[in-house]
Write a protein that binds this ligand. Structure first.
Ligand code: ARG
Length: 340
């Protein structure tokens, strides 16, 4: 993909220089007619090369190919107005082709933030979890392979909107704000957020945290809760586990996180506990707005997984997997022995 875009960009750039030369010659000779036809040829060569490169790029999607062809056609159009304008349009075509992001053919991309067991977490280098299994089922229904992109949680929806992935699944709570930006599938779980606290300093109700240092993961509904319900700024962390580490280190008084990852972080940690739910939230898969067909497929798959009992099985399996990993983590010596 990158290689073919480069080839395309190089071909277009080389031809752009050609067009640029004609532009200068135009000034010198004042033979506008001849130059314009020369420039026209140059730009249609650009268009040809562009379509050649596009055709040759086997892993490019039809969408990118179309966009590139359109840009090239625009360049041809611009020649009629002068070689300089054409050169500009060609430069635009280069920029457009470079900025275009598309999945490898036969692939659908899921964007997530993999510090959120059992929904998404790393097992070695691999990202696994309930959301991964749901997206795999969606990919299968579409006859595609699943590719996973792991980013900071507060980049998940912006990246989806920017076209860096087709599916966002990251234990994403459906909220009114987010509904204005993306389309959500049917929900696949009902859950909520809780306090994570040291047993000797329990937190039960929202008010208990007023004026206290509250650690949350960046961009989450837990952060919203602190701002909207407690009227204060939360302390931001890049994962529930790092917020919990800050609690253990005494840097925050309490943590707020979604109940399942909260249970995961306190697993095997004797001195810590979680409260009852502070909110009721539902997770769903997000897609870019305006794709009714994709949305229908996603919903069909999720409803199928729910109705068949498969989703319960996936949830049990992934919870067990996350717990086993937490147990293995705990069993590790505090410092790994150094290799001689
Ligand atoms: N459910 C919360 C939200 O949507 C937290 C999700 C965090 N997910 C993650 N993969 N880190 O804001």
């Amino acid at each position: 993909m990158k290689y073919s875009v480069c080839m395309f960009a190089a071909a277009v750039a080389a031809s752009a220089m050609f067009v640029g030369c004609f532009g200068k010659k135009d000034e010198a000779s004042k033979n506008k007619e001849g130059v314009l036809s020369g420039a026209k040829e140059a730009v249609s060569a650009v268009a040809d090369k562009a379509s050649d490169a596009v055709a040759a790029a086997a892993d490019k999607t039809a969408e990118v190919a179309e966009a590139a062809k359109d840009k090239a056609a625009e360049a041809v159009e611009a020649v009629k107005e002068g070689a300089d304008a054409a050169a500009e349009a060609v430069a635009g075509a280069v920029a457009g082709a470079a900025a275009a992001v598309a999945p490898k053919e036969g692939t659908i991309r899921m964007i997530t933030e993999a510090t959120f067991p059992p929904y998404e977490f790393r097992q070695g280098k691999e990202v696994v979890g309930i959301d991964v299994e749901i997206c795999k089922a969606i990919a299968k229904a579409l006859g595609k392979e699943l590719a996973i992109e792991d980013v900071e949680f507060d980049s998940v929806l912006p990246s989806l909107i920017a076209g860096k992935a087709e599916l966002a699944a990251a234990g994403i709570t459906v909220t009114e704000d987010r509904k204005m930006q993306v389309d959500f599938s049917v929900p696949y779980v009902r859950t909520g957020i809780v306090f994570v606290y040291a047993k000797d300093k329990p937190f039960e109700k929202g008010e208990d945290a007023k004026g206290k240092k509250v650690g949350v993961q960046n961009g989450t509904t837990s952060a919203d809760y602190v701002r909207e319900k407690l009227g204060q700024e939360p302390e931001m962390f890049d994962s529930p586990a790092s917020a919990f580490a800050a609690l253990k280190a005494g840097k925050v008084d309490v943590v707020i996180a979604d109940i399942d990852p909260a249970k995961a972080v306190i697993k095997g940690q004797d001195g810590y506990d979680i409260s009852d739910l502070l909110t009721v939230e539902e997770y769903a898969v997000a897609i870019k707005k305006g794709q009714p067909e994709l949305l229908a497929t996603v919903n069909k798959v999720i409803n199928g997984l729910k109705d068949s009992g498969e989703l319960d099985k996936i949830t049990d399996d992934m919870t067990a997997k996350a717990n086993a990993m937490a147990a293995a983590e705990e069993a590790k010596p505090a410092e790994a022995p150094k290799a001689e």
